[in-house]
Design a protein around this ligand. Structure first.
Ligand code: XLS
Ligand code: CA
Ligand code: CA
Length: 438
């Protein structure tokens, strides 16, 4: 049975006026030595695409999905699998990401929840075999249920810590079963509201203990996927421990976990932390921890985690620029952690959302590749830092001088003149590349 009336989305090129076609995403086109499909590694988020029904803090569902009409929760979960795979096939999306709670309904007991997960995982596996679609990453939802009111791994209640560990254990097992290439930890409620009732030291130590247990268990069961931490500065808690890439790195190094984790960068989380998307990717790249990406965008006017489909070409270009400079994705990919607006409630809108995001990233990929090929910023930066290539600059880099030698140098030579940073010139060149790249 088909759930969607829309036919498979095809590449028709930039001249096409068909809204249900790719204008820029041409899966087989080679960019920097790989096909677009291999470079971009697009993934569908199970939750925003198949369980989000349009609620917001002021109102309920606006979306009545054709795959959601059966009254039995397990039957509904199975229909959701078939609808999800039909959607990915029609969208030409090669990967998916999921939380345990997205794929199977929770039961009252953990044992029954786990049994339900196994039942649905078997159905997903069949669909994976039928279509060749793969799992980019799995995770557990340790934030939605009431039990996580004080946090999960950072809860003041030790039995909640234990329950969280049990959930991660099972989620890791099913991610392995599905051949997931990564496992994500997003600390949904790992943070606090007020220091008046919070022992941050114990909470952070416990978070590290939980992650160490996850590392140990991954080893024990032979899960070879990459473990990823997804930073977010706030929402739902006022202050989340995994604030941004820099604070996650400091945390990992403090607890000696740095060898086991990379980062899953989400665009909207970067902007919530008052960073740009590119800043976060750049921090990952220079520290060798760029794992995967949650592709979406926020709204600068609204200022919360709006999880919109990414359509801003500056962001997609500069994101792909960092990703390409990093040598491209290894196990990671571009997961659309994005949802259509609640007023875009028709099934067809899901297609428009994904087409917009995939085209924006395809375009970003091509522009970024051209910028790198032409060494637009590289040559400029090389010139800008040329003073470290010789003389006193080289001595600083080579560790040949200390304060005494530098004082001597400064007294004798003063400073050479500073040159313009040419920001506006560079921004205009970037515009030119975005407009002109074919
Ligand atoms: C929420 C997060 C979440 C993670 C996975 O803001 O983006 O969806 O990606 O738990
Ligand atoms: Ca995310
Ligand atoms: Ca988000």
């Amino acid at each position: 049975m088909a759930y969607f009336k829309v036919e498979k989305i095809q590449f028709e090129g930039p001249k096409s006026k068909n809204p249900l076609a790719f204008k820029y995403y041409n899966p087989d086109e080679i960019v920097m030595g790989k096909t677009m499909k291999e470079q971009l590694r697009f993934a569908m988020s199970y939750w925003h695409t198949f369980t989000y029904m349009g609620t917001d803090p002021f109102g309920g569902n606006t979306m009545a999905r054709s795959w959601d009409q059966t009254s039995d929760a397990m039957e509904r979960a199975k229909e959701r699998v078939y609808a999800a795979f039909e959607f990915m096939e029609k969208m030409q999306i090669p990967f998916f990401c999921f939380h345990d709670a997205d794929i199977a309904p929770r039961a009252d007991s953990l044992a029954e929840t786990n049994r339900r997960l196994d039942e649905i995982v078997a159905v997903i596996k069949e669909e994976m075999n039928r279509t060749g679609i793969k799992c980019l990453w799995g995770t557990t939802n340790a934030f939605g249920d009431e039990k996580f009111v004080h946090g999960a791994g950072t809860s003041c209640n030790a039995t909640v810590f234990a329950y969280t560990a049990a959930q991660i254990k099972k989620a890791m097992e099913i991610t392995k079963e599905l051949g997931g290439q990564n496992y994500v930890f997003w600390g949904g409620r790992e943070g606090y509201e007020t220091l008046l009732n919070t022992d941050t030291e114990l909470e952070m130590d416990n978070l590290a203990r939980l992650l160490q247990m996850a590392v140990d268990y991954a080893k024990e069961i032979g899960f070879t996927g990459q473990l990823l931490i997804e930073p977010k500065p706030k929402e739902p808690t006022k202050h989340q421990y995994d604030f941004d890439t820099a604070s996650v790195l400091a945390f990992l190094r403090k607890y000696n976990l740095q060898d086991y984790f990379k980062i899953n960068v989400e665009a909207n989380h970067a902007t919530l932390a008052a960073h740009t998307f590119q800043h976060e990717l750049n921090q990952c790249r220079i520290n060798g921890v760029l794992g995967s990406v949650d592709a979406n965008m926020g709204d600068p006017v609204l200022g919360w985690d709006t999880d919109q489909f990414p359509t801003n070409l500056y962001d997609t270009t500069l994101a792909m620029y960092e990703i390409l400079l990093d040598g491209g994705f290894k196990k990671g990919g571009l997961n659309f952690d994005a949802k259509v607006r609640r007023a875009s409630f028709e099934d067809e809108d899901l297609f428009y959302g994904y087409i917009a995001g995939m085209d924006a990233f395809a375009r970003g990929l091509k522009v970024a590749a051209k910028l790198i090929e032409d060494r637009v910023f590289e040559d400029f930066k090389e010139q800008r830092y040329a003073s470290y290539k010789e003389g006193i600059g080289k001595d600083i880099i080579d560790g040949k001088v200390g304060f005494k030698e530098l004082e001597e140098y400064a007294i004798k030579n003063g400073i050479s003149h500073n040159r313009s940073g040419r920001q506006e010139m560079l921004e205009n060149i970037l515009n030119q590349y975005i407009i002109e790249t074919r």
